[in-house]
Design a protein around this ligand. Structure first.
Ligand code: BG6
Length: 490
């Protein structure tokens, strides 16, 4: 013990608040499977085939022979949820972030009545969580849109979709009111922006599923992001009206941007680059859609459908908390496009000071502390780390276990960074929800081999496997971290 204390100065401390949300995050389309059971409709991700680090996921207009569609089976959480939640509880989880798949509730998006079987399924999952003392944190849109909404309403390119989404939100929130206290309106809408290199697969979903080209790409991308922002703000207000005690947040995938050099032009480029990830948070926390973004669109000749009633929606309410998904940081050099630079994530330049994961994502725990400080000082609102983790190839050893010391090392560093933000910097961070606490389908590549979990799932990329669950070394490590409220992290 004494040695430990010397080695890890933090050991034995109790750095996080007692009610800190230790736990994890999962998303319906990546884990549930059962894509055509329980009255579920066809959703966008059901038509996205598996890819790899080198091969982008193929988006099918209809099912095509020769492709596998990983969402169809996921990890079969739909049938295993009791077992999986028991394992989360064994680790000591205080919270689990799940998403409700829109296509389970309104299979075609505009059905006259909700699908009761879909609602019953989410009630069952949430009851199970509550029975284990795990707080459900529910995301209302984690890329799970009914295909009919894309085909018939052009997804977030039309205002009709905002109304359909709000009807879905109303149905779910009214139904789960009293059981769910924490809601997130969206996951990572910020990846859609005309000024980014648009490497994100979700941007292409509309063209892929409808076969139609975006008529005016910059304007359409701006519109997608804008209508989602309006939808989120209206959902925040709606949820508060339905349940005034609800804590409503929104989750963003943030990539801090560093200037390549101290050249002032690089510093300014990095500063402005952060707009991509922050303008929607500004819109949801300051009472107005940010003027700098409207100016940017004006400068770029983008005509945004900005209406007075939207301004009222922004003024009407605010987020209660901000969710931050953090995986990586990015480097920017003024006037230089990083398109195609190998190993870069999100089009950024390589950072010579950082290692990368096998999938080219830089490993940067300090970036997480930077981000938490940045966001907290900007908004002064409670934050939650809603995703963080490392995708790695795990091997089951001869003793039947995965010895994932690399995952433990990654998490130790990153949770340590959260601890520093809380303890040393005074950031109000309410939780750490590790991404994919049980192995699940990768969103960007559709692979199973890109594993994040504390719990190994015996399913391979070709769909083979028993779907059996087993505990990795990191399972026990996280269990101790939670039991000690972070005291054993360092
Ligand atoms: C986030 C998404 O962007 O990154 C998750 O919210 C996703 O859905 C996670 O799974 C990690 O990405 P990937 O591609 O490694 O699964």
């Amino acid at each position: 013990m004494e040695n430990n204390e010397r080695e890890f100065p933090g050991a034995g401390r109790n750095p996080f608040p007692q009610d800190f949300f230790w736990g994890g995050s999962i998303a319906a389309h990546q884990c549930e499977g059962a894509w055509d059971e329980g009255g579920k409709g066809l959703a966008m991700m059901d038509l996205v085939a598996a890819g790899s680090v080198d091969t982008p996921r193929h988006i099918s207009r209809d099912f095509e022979p020769g492709f596998t569609y990983p969402s169809h089976t996921g990890i079969d959480f739909y049938h295993h949820y009791k077992e999986d939640i028991a394992l989360f509880a064994e680790m000591g989880f205080k919270a689990l972030r799940i998403s409700v798949d829109w296509s389970r509730i309104f299979p075609h998006g505009d059905d006259p009545e909700p699908n009761e079987e879909g609602l019953a399924y989410y009630h069952a999952v949430i009851d199970e969580l509550i029975a284990h003392g795990i707080e459900p944190i529910v995301t209302l849109y984690h890329f799970e849109m009914p295909v009919a909404v894309v085909r018939e309403h052009r997804s977030w390119l039309s205002r009709e979709t905002i109304e359909l989404y709000l009807r879905f939100v109303r149905t779910v929130v009214e139904s789960l009111k009293g059981k769910v206290r924490y809601w997130a309106t969206f996951n990572e809408m910020n990846h859609i922006d005309p000024m980014s290199e648009a490497t994100d697969i979700f941007i292409y979903m509309i063209t892929g599923l409808t076969g139609a080209d975006l008529a005016d790409r910059p304007r359409d991308l701006a519109t997608l992001g804008y209508y989602m922002t309006v939808a989120s703000m209206r959902a925040v207000h709606l949820i508060h009206q339905i349940d005034p005690s609800a804590q409503v947040g929104c989750v963003f995938g943030i990539t801090p941007m560093y200037p390549k050099a101290c050249r002032p032009a690089d510093v300014l480029a990095a500063f402005k680059g952060m707009d991509r990830d922050f303008y929607q948070i500004d819109a949801m926390c300051t009472g107005a859609f940010p003027a700098y973004k409207l100016r940017e669109y004006e400068r770029e000749g983008i005509a945004l459908d900005y209406r007075p009633e939207d301004a009222e929606a922004f003024a009407a309410d605010r987020l209660d908390w901000i969710g931050m998904n953090y995986y990586s940081s990015e480097v920017i050099e003024a006037g230089v496009s990083a398109e195609g630079e190998s190993g870069a994530f999100f089009g950024g330049l390589k950072n010579p000071y950082l290692e990368q994961s096998r999938w080219g994502w830089t490993i940067d725990p300090t970036g997480l502390r930077y981000l938490l400080n940045y966001a907290y000082r900007r908004y002064g609102l409670p934050l939650m780390v809603t995703e963080n983790g490392i995708g790695a190839i795990d091997t089951v050893a001869d003793d039947g276990r995965v010895h994932d010391d690399y995952r433990i090392a990654y998490l130790r560093e990153h949770i340590g960074a959260v601890m520093d933000a809380v303890e040393l910097d005074g950031v109000d961070c309410r939780g750490y929800l590790m991404w994919g606490p049980i192995d699940l389908v990768s969103a960007t590549t559709g692979e199973m081999r890109k594993r994040y979990g504390f719990i190994y799932v015996d399913k391979q990329d070709d769909g083979s496997g028993t779907y059996d669950r087993s505990r990795k070394d990191s399972f026990y490590w996280y269990q101790e971290a939670i039991a000690s409220n972070g005291g054993t992290i360092r």
